[in-house]
Design a protein around this ligand. Structure first.
Ligand code: SAM
Length: 218
């Protein structure tokens, strides 16, 4: 990342730090290392460092940087972890996670729309992350072949926490999901200890999670 983009990225990161949204060195470093302009359509690269969601095609979006930062901080990621993301979108969030968990960790990211999954795959390749695997499918079912996961992050609006995801979460694992209706959700953090503990982390708006344990497609 060079020149103007680097400057814009640093400004965005500083602003998110000043607002108390980026708190840890890990999330700060990941934001500086994984350039968001590689993950947006060509005609939007100039807007890549605005703190807003941007369209990526098929009615979907790359999430706003502040939302991504809030979720990454809540995930409490550690080196070497195995993470499942539901909603690959542009692939940016998956690469940020991959940067934090390092080469010994692995991110499986599921996307339901094949053309968006292709977009994510191309972006992940451009960014050079070998520890991210993009899978096409209904992420509300999780991804059985690689379970259990240390962390699960849902990046689309869910009506409920999908049961298969809770089952595929490792004991002491953390799951994050925006849960609510199609227009407004609350960000929930689930910690799977002996009992499942749920805390709430503010309101948000995501595109809908569509699938067996999500919303119907129309
Ligand atoms: N994490 C993404 C990024 O870094 O760009 C942003 C995700 S975008 C807000 C939500 C994505 O979830 C969309 O691409 C949408 O197609 C996808 N999605 C919706 N329902 C899904 C499902 N059941 N399984 C997998 N992906 C789904």
């Amino acid at each position: 990342m060079r020149g103007l983009f680097e400057e814009k990225c640093k400004k965005l990161v500083n602003s998110l730090k000043l607002q108390g949204i980026i708190k840890s060195k890990e999330v700060e470093n990941a934001f500086l290392k994984v350039p968001r302009h590689l993950f947006v359509p060509e005609d939007l690269v100039e807007d890549a460092y605005i703190d807003a969601p941007l369209p990526i095609g098929a009615g979907q979006t790359i999430s706003a940087p502040h939302m991504v930062a809030i979720m990454l901080e809540l995930l409490e990621l550690k080196k070497g972890q195995k993470v499942l993301e539901v909603g690959a979108g542009s692939g940016w969030n998956a690469c940020l996670i991959a940067e934090i968990i390092g080469e010994d960790g692995k991110v499986f990211t599921i996307e339901r729309i094949p053309e968006i999954a292709d977009f994510a795959k191309r972006n992940v390749e451009k960014a050079g992350y070998d520890n991210v695997e993009v899978i096409v499918g209904d992420g509300t079912l999780g991804y059985e072949p690689a379970k259990p996961y240390d962390r699960i992050i849902v990046t689309a609006a869910a009506p409920i926490i999908p049961e298969p995801l809770l089952k595929q979460l490792r004991r002491n694992g953390i799951l994050l999901a925006p849960v609510g209706n199609r227009f407004c959700q609350e960000l929930l953090k689930v910690v799977k200890e002996e009992e499942v503990k749920i805390t709430k982390h503010g309101y948000c708006v995501f595109v809908p999670l569509v699938g067996k344990y999500g919303f119907p497609s129309s």
